[in-house]
Structures are given as C-alpha cells and as structure tokens.
Design a protein around this ligand. Structure first.
Ligand code: DGP
Length: 210
C-alpha cells in the first residue's frame, strides 16, 4: 500500500504591487502542468463575513482600531486552517498569496508590538517556504494601480518593507528573498525552480505549526 505524501505550504510575501498575485497564479498553473496537485489561495480571503469586514476597512468604508483589524486578519486565516490542513495532508500543495507575515508586517508598521502581533498567529500551519518578493518602493510605485486602498501610501510601505526585512533575516532557514525588480519571467524562473525542489523535499516530513 502506498502512503499519501503531503503537499507543501508555499507562501509569497511582499509589499503591495510586488507581483505576488501574478506569481502565485503562474506558480499554480506551473505546478498543475508538472503533475503536482495544487491549490491557489489568497489572504485576506474577502469572501467570508470576516473577509467582507476586512474589505470594507481596506476600502476606507469602515473604521476599526488597529488591534481589531489585526485580529480580524488573523481570524480570517484561522477560518481556513482546517481546510488547509486537510488539503496538505491529502497531498495538495498550497500556493498562498500573503499569510501571517503580512499580518505582522502591516500591524507592526502601524506601531503595534511585534510579539503581540505574532501571538494569535501561533498554531497556524508553518509554511515550508516563504518567498519574499523584494523591490525598492520607487520601483513598485511605478507599476501603476497604486494608491487605491488604505495602506497604499509611501510611508506605510517603507515601514512594512522594514518589518519584512527584519523577519526574513531572522527566519533564514525557510525564507527566500527574490529580487522583484527583475522581469516577471526572471522572477518566475527563480521561484518555480525552487518550489519544485521544496515540494519534493518536504513530502515525507510532518506538518508543523507557527
Ligand atoms: P492584497 O489583497 O494582497 O492587496 O492585500 C490588501 C491589503 O491588506 C494590502 O495593503 C496588504 C494588507 N494586508 C494583507 N494581509 C494583512 C494582514 O494580515 N494584516 C494587515 N494589517 N494588513 C494586511
């Protein structure tokens, strides 16, 4: 009898307009065409009740304290933990656009305490790899569609980038920095090669929590 090997939890993080959404979609298609069972997920997931409150906040239609919105973003990830766990254990690799680190980065950028922000993320599934798409703010700003939502302002984005830099320094064992100022194809080439390796490497290892 052959045992089911688990899928990998692959997360893409970075500032707004860093290319995460395009790259997670490309990665999902790539894995499918390479025979890897995969699912594409996005956080925040704006489809749930909690997600729709987050959406209203981001669109400046609703005001919430920094603590409350932080906990809503986290709760939104907790809503999908069981589904994620079941998929991973059944052999599906998840390609996730933002996760707990965005949660911490955006709230710490607003002045909340790092440990306080991280505490409610504990117990969520630990990614097998985080790809941090990193590029200078000026480069990202020139990509267009910038400025529509609450956090899309220079000061905030610079602070968020600082927090991502700090986290990536302290989690070098599973964080990979990708130069997001390269062409879309070059970023993807870099990313896809590494992801295929990771999917193979982690198959027999148990899931871990943050
Ligand atoms: P996106 O749909 O990826 O463009 O994300 C929408 C905005 O929400 C973006 O400015 C980043 C921010 N964001 C994403 N996840 C979190 C989170 O967990 N906490 C906070 N405070 N902000 C987040």
């Amino acid at each position: 009898m052959t045992s089911i090997q688990r899928g990998a939890l692959i997360v893409l993080e970075g500032c707004d307009r860093s290319g995460k959404s395009s790259q997670t979609r490309l990665l999902y298609d790539f894995l499918c065409t390479h025979g890897v069972s995969a699912k594409h997920m996005v956080f925040p997931n704006r489809n749930s009740d909690i997600g729709s409150s987050i959406n209203a906040y981001l669109k400046n239609c609703k005001d919430l304290s920094d603590e409350v919105i932080h906990l809503l973003f986290t709760a939104n990830r907790w809503e999908y933990k069981k589904e994620m766990e079941d998929l991973l254990n059944s052999g599906t690799t998840l390609v996730v656009d933002r996760y707990s680190y965005s949660g911490v980065a955006y709230s710490v950028a607003k002045g909340l305490d790092f440990d306080w922000c991280m505490a409610p993320e504990r117990g969520l599934i630990r990614p097998d790899a985080v790809f941090y798409l990193k590029a200078p703010f000026e480069h990202l700003m020139n990509r267009g569609n910038f400025g529509g939502e609450r956090y899309e302002v220079k000061d905030m984005q610079l602070k968020v980038a600082n927090v991502f830099d700090h986290i990536s320094e302290s989690q070098k064992d599973f964080w990979h920095i990708i130069d997001a100022s390269q062409t879309k194809d070059a970023v993807f080439e870099n990313l896809s090669t590494k992801v295929l390796e990771i999917v193979e490497q982690i198959k027999e290892t148990p899931l871990r929590n943050l």
